[in-house]
Structures are given as C-alpha cells and as structure tokens.
Write a protein that binds this ligand. Structure first.
Ligand SMILES: C[S@@+](CC[C@H](N)C(=O)[O-])C[C@H]1O[C@@H](n2cnc3c(N)ncnc32)[C@H](O)[C@@H]1O
Length: 274
C-alpha cells in the first residue's frame, strides 16, 4: 500500500455564519465534519445553480431530496422556488437541516423517512428525485452510528428512490471521483486552519481502501479550539460501472453522466420509462 499526505499550512479567516453555527450548536458530530468537507471541496452556489439548470424551470416540478442531510442542495433549490420535499433518516442531520433552514429564512421542514419507507409514502410521486452526497447509498442506514452497510444495501436503496419517481421522472445520484487503478489506496489531507466565528478549526481526513475486501474507510480528526474529535465511517468502494449497472437494473433508461460545474462528485442520472 502506498501513501500520500497533502498538508496545507494556510490559516484562513472565514465569514460564514451558517458554518459557524455548527460550532456553536454543541459537540461536533458527523454533520459538522460533513459540512466542513463540503466547504473545502466544492462551490455550493455554483453547484445548486447547475443542479437547477439540470432540473429545468421550477414551475410544476415536484422534487424529492431523499438524503437532505443538513440541507444541500434542498435548501438552495427551495430558495430558487422549487417545490422540494426533504427527507432523511437521521435525527441528527435533520437537526442541522432545521437550523440551516432557519438561517436561510426558509419555512421548510425535513421529514424523518428512512429509505425503506419511501416507496410506501411517496411511490410514483416525483418528477425528480435527488440523492446527492458522494454516494450516500454506500452508507445506507449507518451514517449516524458508523458500521458497515451490507453490500446489497446500495442497490436496495437506489431501488427505493427510483420507486418514488413518476413514469418519465428523473433520478440524480452521484459517486466519488474514481482515483483510478494506479492511484494511492491511502491518502491523507490536512485542510487549512479556519478562523471561524471565534473558533479555530482544523480538519484532517484519511481515506484508505483495503484491496481484498474493497472496504473504504474515511477517518477524520476535527480539532476545535484545541480539542480533537475523531470520526470513522466505512463503506464499500464502488466504481462508476457498478453504479451504472445498478441504475440500469432498476429499470432506468438513458443513464448518463451529467456535467455539474462546481460539483466535486461525479453525477449520473436516468429516467423512469413512461
Ligand atoms: C453524506 S450525507 C449527504 C447530505 C446532503 N445531501 C449533502 O450533500 O450535504 C448522507 C445522508 O444520507 C442519509 N442516510 C443514510 N442512510 C439513510 C437511510 N437509510 N435512510 C435515509 N437517509 C439516510 C444520512 O442521514 C445523511 O444525511
């Protein structure tokens, strides 16, 4: 196994009340880590704008974000006039969602609906179903507490999302960029230090993929005002061909890559037959 380490010694002063609010909300959790990763990895505004372009004009379009988490991209789309139903299985993430919605001045509630309950509640209802977040299907049911979801859970989850589409409706889903066969299976990134709302925040991420099992471990160390909090999430590594095979097996047509400028992940979409 080879390794790489990319330290970034910069100190950046950040004026972001929404991000700062995570650190005032209490003990950092996996939602805090996720929000920071998003801050470092991609351009929120640009990505929401491009997702909106992909959806088309908001009039008459019913959208489900079934992994709304702390609110991306659901809140940005709602602010642009889309009728977005927001669901997630995690109380913890929905707590962050509620605070972010308030800070954005949006009257929107995230509903607690685990994926296996989606078909019963929302079967055939939506024009667009979004599940954005770097391959959320890999963490089916284990985002909050850690652990390893069964490999079959990925296809089951995607099937449950597809069930919520009306005939002709479209699914939006993503996957982490494939590092390629020659690239390292052990990489560590030290992000710049943030000065944020009176806090000093450091994040180090380490990602390893174990060749025999294909298990990918995402380990993070989040240091806030000198106190370090450690997190670990494990999931099965998946490549784009496997995702496309799952989408096709779910009956989706016209499965293809979508170019979403600003986005960090690779995006795929497919259409439910009419
Ligand atoms: C990586 S976060 C992405 C959140 C958001 N879409 C974003 O991009 O910031 C993954 C989300 O999937 C949710 N999730 C994982 N398993 C779930 C399940 N079985 N049912 C519902 N939500 C689930 C988690 O609670 C978490 O909020």
């Amino acid at each position: 196994m080879t390794g790489s380490f990319a330290p970034d010694c910069r100190v950046i002063e950040v004026d972001d009340p929404r991000l700062a609010a995570f650190f005032d909300a209490g003990q950092p959790d996996i939602g805090t880590v996720w929000e920071l990763c998003m801050f470092f990895e991609f351009d929120r505004e640009e990505t929401v704008r491009c997702i909106a372009d992909w959806i088309g004009p908001p009039q008459g379009v019913r959208v489900l974000d079934c992994a709304c988490g702390s609110g991306f991209p659901a809140l940005g789309l709602a602010a642009r006039g889309y009728d977005v139903t927001c669901t997630d299985g995690s109380r913890l993430m929905l707590g962050h969602f509620a605070r972010n919605a308030r800070l954005d001045g949006l009257d929107l509630t995230g509903l607690r609906v685990p994926w296996h309950e989606l078909p019963g509640r929302f079967g055939g209802r939506f024009d667009v179903v979004l599940n954005r977040g770097g391959g959320n299907y890999r963490y089916a049911g284990v985002w909050d507490r850690g652990g390893l979801a069964d490999r079959t859970a990925m296809a089951e989850a995607i099937e449950q999302w597809v069930a919520c589409l009306r005939p002709g409706g479209r699914l939006y889903v993503d996957i982490p960029p494939d590092p390629g066969a020659d690239s390292v299976s052990d990489s560590t990134t030290q992000h710049p230090t943030l000065l944020l709302g009176g806090h000093v925040v450091d994040l180090v991420e380490r990602i390893t993929v174990e060749p025999p099992t294909g298990i990918r471990t995402w380990h993070t160390w989040l240091t806030v005002d000198g106190v370090t909090h450690e997190f670990e999430r494990r999931a099965f590594h998946i490549v784009a061909d496997e995702l496309v095979a799952i989408l096709t097996a779910c009956g989706l047509e016209d499965v293809h890559v979508v170019d979403v400028p600003g986005e960090f992940y690779d995006v795929f979409c497919g259409r439910k037959p009419r």
